[in-house]
Design a protein around this ligand. Structure first.
Ligand SMILES: Cc1cc2nc3c(=O)[nH]c(=O)nc-3n(C[C@H](O)[C@H](O)[C@H](O)COP(=O)(O)O)c2cc1C
Length: 261
């Protein structure tokens, strides 16, 4: 049976999971979700359907939420999901479940996977020792997901959500609108106009003026632009000045580019 795995990613954690699942689930196809795919992909093929994406502010990335909302799926589809996070997915899985149930379908199996946190405004990525442990656990969960999916089994979502996520999660997930938050990006003089930030942006939110990037106020807050800048020239407020940059080491940076030239 065909399995279509739709994924959204900023820094590659969710792509790593999606790629491993695709390698372990026979006849599977990986489909990236980005700004243009919302218009292009309206109907899922028959078979199994998977959604893999990061949590943002305890909710679904807005592009992914929009995509799931407008996607039509056959009534007997087996639907599964894995959300990557730095600690807690909060209500993001409920949001997805609700969107799927609105279509008269069921979210049959769902998982959260803790990965290095890429929210660079607050956090440095974890140390190599911690990262290695996270990846080992991630690979184990991914194998478990693949076995569940191939058997078309049910897996109820289990997450121990902390107090902060319980209290602030529903409000943050409902109200947070990332789009014009890109007004907080700024550039150091070291920017050489290489164009990687524009290439990597899944929201087509970066254009160039006088060889310098400008943000177009349809940001998803994935922070791929900051993390991928080879000169560390992109900053967001002041919090990013001293932070290390990150992308999943199992993914080559060009794999994250939207345009391949
Ligand atoms: C804007 C933003 C908000 C985030 N919010 C949360 C959150 O609410 N809870 C959490 O555990 N991790 C949060 N994270 C961490 C990411 O979900 C996590 O690092 C994820 O694996 C990144 O996936 P990607 O590499 O596929 O983009 C956030 C990251 C960003 C950039």
């Amino acid at each position: 049976m065909k399995t279509t795995i739709y994924y959204f990613t900023g820094t590659g954690n969710s792509l790593k999971v999606a790629k491993e699942l695709a390698a372990q689930i026979p006849e599977s196809e990986l489909v990236r979700i980005h700004k243009a795919s919302i218009k292009q992909l309206k109907e899922a093929p028959s078979g199994r359907i998977g959604f893999i994406f990061p949590v943002y502010y305890y909710g679904m990335p807005k592009l992914m939420a929009e995509f799931v909302k407008q996607l039509s799926m056959k009534e007997n589809s087996y639907v599964f999901a894995a959300i990557t996070c730095g600690g807690s997915v909060g209500p993001a899985m409920w949001q997805l479940k609700h969107r799927i149930e609105e279509k008269g379908l069921k979210l049959s199996a769902s998982y959260s996977i803790i990965m290095p946190d890429n929210y660079i405004v607050f956090y440095n990525p974890p140390t190599p020792e911690v990262t290695e442990k996270l990846f080992k656990a991630q690979e184990e969960i991914t194998r478990e997901i693949a076995i569940t999916v191939v058997a078309d089994r049910e897996q109820k979502f289990e997450e121990k959500t902390g107090m902060i996520a319980k209290i602030f999660g529903p409000v943050a997930a409902r109200t947070f609108q990332p789009r014009n938050r890109d007004r907080h990006f700024w550039l150091e003089d070291t920017c050489n106009g290489c164009g990687i930030c524009a290439k990597i942006c899944p929201a087509e939110n970066i254009s160039y003026k006088d060889s310098r990037p400008i943000w177009l106020h349809q940001c998803e807050q994935c922070f791929a632009c900051i993390h991928s800048c080879p000169k560390k020239s992109i900053q967001y407020k002041k919090g990013t000045l001293t932070k290390r940059r990150y992308h999943n080491p199992g993914i080559k940076l060009p794999e994250l580019y939207m345009t391949k030239d």
